[in-house]
Design a binder for this molecule. Sequence first.
Ligand SMILES: NC(=O)C1=CN([C@@H]2O[C@H](COP(=O)(O)OP(=O)(O)OC[C@H]3O[C@@H](n4cnc5c(N)ncnc54)[C@H](OP(=O)(O)O)[C@@H]3O)[C@@H](O)[C@H]2O)C=CC1
Ligand SMILES: O=C(O)C1=N[C@H](C(=O)O)C[C@H](O)C1
Length: 263
Amino acid sequence: MVGCPVGCLVIGGADTFTCVTAVAVIGAAGRMGKTTCDAVEAAADLTLSARVGSGDDLVAGLKGADVAVVMTSPDGVDDIVVTCVEQGVHAVVGTTGWTEDGLARVRAALAKAPGVGVLLAPNFALGAVLLMRFAAEAARYFESVEVVELHHPNKADAPSGTARHTAAQIAASRREAGLPASPDATTAVLDGARGADVDGVRVHSVRLQGLVAHEEVLLGGPGEQLTIRHDSFDRVSFMPGVLLAVRQVSGRPGLVRGLENYL
Ligand SMILES: NC(=O)C1=CN([C@@H]2O[C@H](COP(=O)(O)OP(=O)(O)OC[C@H]3O[C@@H](n4cnc5c(N)ncnc54)[C@H](OP(=O)(O)O)[C@@H]3O)[C@@H](O)[C@H]2O)C=CC1
Ligand SMILES: O=C(O)C1=N[C@H](C(=O)O)C[C@H](O)C1
């Protein structure tokens, strides 16, 4: 049998080999965790090395893993990612609701672990990544832009990570184009009626039974409106992006934010 040049588990015969990446899923009992375990188990080049839940020993779960996929709730996710980095395990992170302090802790851990890659991606659905790209492009040409995100009622964070990332990209694109803020003459307002202000872009959060994950970007100009919408009807929509990230993260050291940087 021929050895793998980067030292991972190898299957195959005399002259051929297939590198198998060992993947630990953190948050494995959750909605995204379960779907991720299924996707990893179905991929010939990946092996599921551990399913780690909230009561489990994380360090033990990371033993033998090349990559951790983190799909936990937001509380304590920075501790989890810092532990992955300290254990030399690359991390593909879907958890949203990050704080600036949490991000700083991950950057500090990575500074001491050159070669380790961490991808934080608020949305692994390829359609959502494209929505963000199209919205940023379109936002240069319209006076007004607002974001509406719609999710299942069990979601912990609002606005969604995707909506925050979308608003940040829209704001950057409008700044670059020299556009002012969207016009808004509201003076009498009930708290919350105009949504959250993310980088100067209004973001509205809907939580509704029956929904999975949906987002609309509304763009308005004199006499016209453009709506860009993406719908995830099933969590399998996130899996091609998760697997793509698992296969690439070891070659992307440091912190990367957004799946668009891997495409
Ligand atoms: N990037 C993307 O494409 C997507 C991202 N998401 C994000 O993924 C995250 C998870 O979503 P979802 O699966 O719906 O949420 P769930 O609540 O269904 O799952 C979260 C899981 O994480 C577990 N968990 C919490 N803390 C820990 C811990 N310290 N160690 C191990 N496991 C832990 C929970 O266990 P317990 O219940 O025992 O606490 C639970 O099983 C959210 O932040 C969501 O926004 C969701 C969809 C797509
Ligand atoms: O909690 C969810 O369900 C989702 N969370 C991510 C987010 O906050 O953007 C991605 C997707 O919207 C589903």
